[in-house]
Design a protein around this ligand. Structure first.
Ligand SMILES: [Zn+2]
Length: 292
């Protein structure tokens, strides 16, 4: 079994067909198939050390008539170690999609994504890197905590600073996951377990073993993408949205570049016109923040 793709998009190319990849390549959207760029390099441009980390606010309870009882933030369940399995798509037979959003080295992107969720009510799963934590302002954190409590937003672990984990030793992999988990728990009052998205989609047997031992038994991959790990044009993003958004899609997005911010209404219209149901991973797979 080939445990690691040679490039971020290679596994996607293999899975989704070379012909479609070449079509995208011809359209200038080849990088759409890639997972993530190198946000750590971008950190030097975007990080603002003078800004303090957001301060966690008290537990928020928000009534949610559709999602059952709200989550009481701050009650973190213990890890449930086990064997890790890959998650590529949603279950068949529903109209569900999971819109997932990674990284976060663009403060404007974070703020406007969160505002979009609040204004539209759309359900999202966030996989941010804690190294960019100072870009999550206290007001944005407060908004997120409210939506986490009512189960509209959910977190997965995407590691602290987005290293290629296949190049790290066991202790370093543990640190990447645990440090980010602590940041998510302390900031947003909820665990990311059991969901872990490896940076770039890169993993190997050691990565899976360490993740599973820490309670990250669902290794979150994707089968659709907005292509915005790198800077894309609005036309490319809309084209990819139209191509990939269909029942069962786990859609890959990023909090890294601004072009998608002006396209939320357009993308939401595509979702609505296809009668798709955007859900969190908990809603898609029957997991729970109360269990982790
Ligand atoms: Zn990433």
């Amino acid at each position: 079994m080939n445990e690691r793709a040679q490039c971020p998009g290679c596994r996607e190319v293999e899975r989704l067909g070379r012909r479609r990849f070449l079509q995208l390549l011809a359209g200038g959207a080849a990088l759409a198939l890639a997972g993530c760029t190198s946000p750590v390099r971008a950190l030097a441009r975007h990080r603002k050390p003078e800004e303090a980390l957001p301060t966690a606010t008290p537990a928020t309870i928000v009534d949610d008539v559709e999602g059952g009882s709200p989550i009481e933030l701050g009650e973190i369940p213990p890890p449930h170690p086990g064997g890790a399995h890959l998650v590529w798509s949603g279950p068949a037979g529903t109209q569900q999609i999971a819109w997932t959003v990674d990284d976060g080295y663009c403060q404007q992107c974070i703020a406007q994504y969160v505002a979009f969720a609040q204004n539209s009510g759309i359900h999202l799963t966030l996989n941010p890197n804690g190294v960019f934590g100072d870009l999550w302002t206290p007001s944005v954190v407060a908004q997120v905590r409210e939506m986490v409590a009512n189960k509209q937003l959910q977190f997965g672990n995407h590691t602290w600073d987005h290293k290629d984990l296949t190049k790290l030793k066991e202790a370093a992999i543990q640190s990447e996951l645990s440090r980010n988990e602590v940041w998510i728990e302390d900031t947003f009052g909820v665990t990311a377990r059991p969901y872990f998205r490896p940076p770039y989609g890169y993993y190997n047997p050691q990565v899976l073993e360490v993740a599973g031992a820490l309670g990250y038994t669902s290794i979150l991959m994707w089968n659709g993408t907005f292509g915005d790990a790198t800077l894309e044009t609005p036309e490319q993003i809309v084209s990819l949205a139209e191509y990939w958004l269909k029942p069962g899609t786990i859609m890959l997005g990023h909090l890294n570049h601004t072009p998608i911010l002006d396209l939320f209404d357009q993308i939401h219209s595509i979702i609505a016109s296809r009668n798709l149901d955007p859900v969190t991973l908990d809603e898609m797979f029957g997991t729970s923040r109360l269990i982790g």
